[in-house]
Design a binder for this molecule. Structure first.
Ligand SMILES: Nc1ncnc2c1ncn2[C@@H]1O[C@H](COP(=O)(O)OP(=O)(O)OP(=O)(O)O)[C@@H](O)[C@H]1O
Ligand SMILES: [Mg+2]
Length: 464
């Protein structure tokens, strides 16, 4: 719904214009003085303003200047009693879009307002696009092949602002993070991102959260309440843990998606809803469909675009990068100055299979950062549930191990930090310590022989 501020001290003009635009389904704000209109400008956020030039107090020109200063995208149409070309020119110079002279014809005003809305929308669109470009997905870390695919998928999805998106992946793989990134990089980013976790409520509660209600809809419904879906109008609605939703509610959500409208519980009015639906689940919805726990038609509606987040254990290139990201983050939060992590810690991190994925890794680093005292995270700082913290090589006193231990640390604080260079130095060191024997170096790093061979090749450390 577009909104319009009408500013005129003539009550007749004010109500004639007000009634007309209300009928045309605009949200109308009427003011008899410019000062009052300005006071409410940021709250009303009108797309268009109809502004009389002769006003008590501040005159139209000053009001116009102030509006343009505060929000240059709002389009202002001047209403003037005098057909004076100088006045019109002055108003245009101050940024007015057009003007009408009294007495005016409502259809004429309506055409101008429509044009103004279009102009305002395209300005807003441009501003959003610019913002979108500034906002890369900088808080999603990952350089593995799998994550690169994820990035390009979400970039495409962000461009189509209506397409429903289903995000799947194990717990802790970053589904919520991705949902937010899609919203923030789409042209809905200035509008609300509203989320609901379907597993957090029982069915009745979830329904009233989603749809809202009218007074008397059920016992306890004393006042009117807007539902979350309604609050997401213009923006993005994130249905988390969609796999937990009961079948009967699934049908109601399907209806909202198909009809782009809803009724509050106990309400009769259809309320139009323009929102992008992003849903997420760690369940296999296809399984749920074949077990009759999930509606097939809803699945197809939600699964128009798909982002599949791979488990962390399948993207070990990302493990170190994420660990460093979290160390930097907790350095700031805990006011610490940890500059790196040593080889042994890297071994452990690379070997673990991370059932809790990125969330688990973050927690491990958080705990380590809380308690550690030195500059470098060592094995003694790390505790991972069910993870083998012993080195594979049981000969603790072997010279190789001693040399390999703790020598290579990542210097994460220098601005020059390069993961590739750091990885190269780790692999080089491991090779050096193992006398150039790949299998020994692999053991030292706690990775498989195939893996070390692959890494040495991709890092360019193997001669032909
Ligand atoms: N690629 C990533 N880069 C940086 N941080 C990440 C990444 N993936 C996940 N995280 C972080 O890990 C934590 C868990 O992520 P998130 O809550 O998005 O997971 P989820 O898939 O929604 O998990 P669940 O299914 O349990 O709800 C968050 O703190 C998030 O910021
Ligand atoms: Mg989640």
């Amino acid at each position: 719904m577009y909104s319009i501020q009408i500013i005129d001290d003539d009550k007749n003009v004010l109500s004639a214009l007000g009634d007309f635009f209300k009928e045309e389904l605009y949200e109308v704000f009427q003011y008899e003085s410019g000062e009052m209109a300005l006071e409410n400008l940021n709250q009303d956020l009108p797309n268009v303003i109809l502004l009389d030039l002769k006003l008590p107090g501040l005159d139209g020109f000053s009001i116009l200047e102030e509006i343009k200063k505060q929000n240059p995208e709002i389009q202002v149409i001047i209403i003037t009693g005098t057909v004076d070309i100088n006045t019109a020119v002055k108003a245009m110079k101050l940024g007015a879009m057009d003007y009408v002279t009294k007495p005016f014809n409502l259809d004429e005003v309506s055409v101008l307002v429509e044009k103004a809305v279009q102009t305002q929308q395209s300005f807003e669109h441009l501003a959003l696009l610019r913002k979108k470009q500034e906002h890369s997905f900088s808080d999603i870390i990952g350089s593995s092949r799998a994550m690169k695919d994820v990035f390009s998928t979400i970039q495409q999805i962000a461009l189509s602002s209506r397409t429903s998106v289903l995000i799947t992946g194990e717990t802790g793989t970053g589904k919520e993070l991705v949902a937010r990134a899609i919203h923030h990089s789409s042209d809905r980013s200035q509008k609300p991102f509203v989320e609901v976790n379907c597993s957090a409520f029982n069915e009745n509660l979830l329904e009233s959260e989603l749809f809202g209600y009218e007074p008397g809809a059920f016992t306890g419904a004393r006042t009117r309440k807007k539902g979350l879906l309604e609050m997401a109008h213009g923006g993005t609605f994130f249905l988390d843990e969609i796999g937990e939703m009961e079948l009967s509610l699934q049908s109601k959500i399907l209806k909202v998606i198909e009809e782009k409208s809803l009724r509050r519980i106990g309400g009769v009015k259809e309320i139009n809803i323009d929102t992008r639906i992003i849903s997420a689940t760690s369940k296999d919805l296809i399984d749920e469909v074949s077990n009759n726990n999930f509606r097939k038609d809803l699945f197809y509606r939600l699964n128009v675009a798909r982002v599949e987040l791979p488990p962390l254990k399948n993207r070990d290139e990302d493990i170190l990068q994420l660990a460093i990201h979290f160390i930097k983050q907790y350095n700031l939060e805990f006011k610490k100055n940890v500059t790196g992590l040593d080889t042994e810690v890297m071994n452990v991190l690379m070997r673990h299979d991370w059932p809790g994925n990125v969330r688990e890794l973050r927690n491990v680093i958080e705990r380590a950062m809380l308690y550690q005292k030195g500059q470098v995270l060592g094995l003694e700082d790390i505790s991972i549930m069910n993870a083998p913290l012993k080195r594979i090589d049981t000969n603790e006193n072997s010279d190789e191990i001693k040399q390999g231990r703790g020598i290579v640390t990542l210097d994460i604080l220098s601005g020059e930090f390069s993961l590739v260079e750091s990885e190269k130095s780790i692999y080089n060191k491991a090779l050096e310590v193992s006398g150039g024997v790949q299998s020994k170096a692999a053991d030292l790093l706690g990775i498989s022989r195939q893996r070390i061979n692959y890494k040495l090749k991709t890092l360019g450390l193997l001669g032909d």
